[in-house]
Design a protein around this ligand. Structure first.
Ligand code: SF4
Length: 196
């Protein structure tokens, strides 16, 4: 079939509109109802917030027997109203790729000893113990109870020697808990890749 330039543009427009209607905007938003009701006896639907950037889009996660079978934008969310960008649409790949467990997903901590070139898998208890010991030592050795500003002493109770840096794979609730922990330890340098 020969396709003229005008025909090609029409076809592209129609395809894009169809795709957006189906994938991005969501049937419920467009039609006011969902034509294919979820079989809630078979699957669970959970609300979450995309953690990839600071926009904070809402998403619906559908799981079957504990496995993610679909993630799409939440049409009732005031920020994204059912849409998700390409990164948000890949949210399920934290766990699965093409319906199978993502083989690149880390499930154990990795440790690279000083001077070593290779990472090795280590036990969770050992890793948590090491992190706790290093935080305690650094905090104790670098604790600031007060600072002097212009001849006046102010209590600050903080450490400037440790910083916390969150990543895009942490979800909203995990970030909340991590910031609580950082503040309780007296850290002031708390950052996240979504904010940079
Ligand atoms: S990465 Fe995309 S989907 Fe996720 S919060 Fe940002 S804009 Fe929304």
């Amino acid at each position: 079939m020969e396709l003229t330039r005008r025909g090609f543009l029409k076809l592209s427009g129609a395809s894009t509109a169809g795709f957006l209607l189906f994938k991005g905007v969501g049937w419920k938003k467009v039609l006011g109802f969902s034509p294919i009701p979820l079989r809630k006896d078979l699957v669970n639907e959970t609300y979450t917030i995309c953690c990839y950037c600071a926009v904070g889009c809402g998403a619906l996660v559908v799981t079957e027997a504990g496995n993610i079978v679909n993630i799409e934008g939440n049409p009732d969310h005031p920020i994204n109203e059912g849409t998700l960008c390409s990164k948000g649409q890949a949210l399920s790949q934290f766990r699965t790729v093409d319906g199978k467990d993502n083989p690149r997903r880390l499930t154990k901590p990795l440790y690279r000893a000083p001077g070593a070139t290779e990472w090795e898998e280590v036990d969770w208890d050992w890793a948590i113990d090491q992190v706790a010991k290093k935080i305690k030592k650094t905090r104790d050795e670098n604790w600031l109870s007060t600072v002097d500003v212009g001849g006046t002493t102010y209590p600050v109770n903080r450490t400037d020697a440790i910083a916390e840096f969150g990543g895009g794979e942490l979800d909203n609730e995990e970030c909340y808990l991590l910031v609580k922990l950082a503040r309780a330890l007296g850290m002031v340098y708390v950052e996240h890749c979504a904010r940079i």
